[in-house]
Design a binder for this molecule. Structure first.
Ligand SMILES: [Zn+2]
Length: 213
């Protein structure tokens, strides 16, 4: 029971231990915050660098050099972005008219993907085969460069959900139609839809005769 005769060193010891625990706690908290932050950063830029076509990487007149890669923050009015600039002008016009009307309901039409170069489409298809494990399954989601309406500038993938939902309700009046049941974000121009309404959906692209080569 020696320590009972030396209460102050013992208390100092307790105080020191307490301070060490506090310091450790602070270090742990800081580490956790860096971890969370790092994760958010790597989620935003999975490769650690901004994707090709990020704002500021292009220059006027370079439309096409990024192959139509987008960062998802371009609207249907951003025709300095190749993905938008190289769309069929009638499709782009219809999108801009619809977006103008939807803006009254505080909706913004973002272009997640529009025109794509054949090289970029090939890259997406290769990625999809890896992701889905087979060419057959990948074909349900990604067309070849020869068949994709995106490469022709005839298709656009829009977001966010409230914008695509608005278009699913009102798009036909502008000739803008969803084509595939499994792609609620993919729209193409069907001018006859203004009179007749949009055609029936294909379950997925493999049912689309255009995808047969
Ligand atoms: Zn699409």
């Amino acid at each position: 029971m020696i320590f009972e005769h030396h209460p102050s060193p013992s208390r100092r010891g307790i105080r020191s231990a307490f301070l060490i625990v506090l310091a450790l706690g602070a270090v742990l908290a800081a580490t956790a915050m860096v971890g969370v932050f790092g994760e958010q950063l790597s989620a935003a830029w999975p490769q650690g660098t901004p994707p090709q076509g990020a704002p500021g990487q292009g220059s006027p007149g370079s439309a096409g050099s990024d192959g139509g890669r987008t960062t998802g923050d371009a609207t249907v009015f951003d025709d300095e972005v190749a993905a938008v600039a190289n769309l069929d002008p009638e499709l782009r016009d219809a999108l801009q008219r619809a977006a103008t009307d939807a803006a009254g309901e505080d909706l913004v039409f973002l272009v997640n993907s529009g025109w794509r170069s054949a090289e970029y489409q090939d890259e997406l298809l290769r990625d999809a085969v890896v992701e889905y494990g087979s060419e057959a399954e990948a074909a349900r989601w990604v067309a070849t460069a020869d068949t994709s309406p995106h490469v022709q500038g005839d298709a656009v993938d829009l977001g966010p959900f409230d914008a695509t939902y608005w278009l699913s309700q009102h798009g036909a009046a502008y000739g803008l139609c969803q084509i595939y049941a499994n792609e609620s974000w993919h729209f193409e121009l069907r001018p006859e839809a203004v009179e007749d309404g949009c055609p029936d959906l294909y379950a997925d692209p493999t049912e689309d005769p255009r995808m047969q080569r």
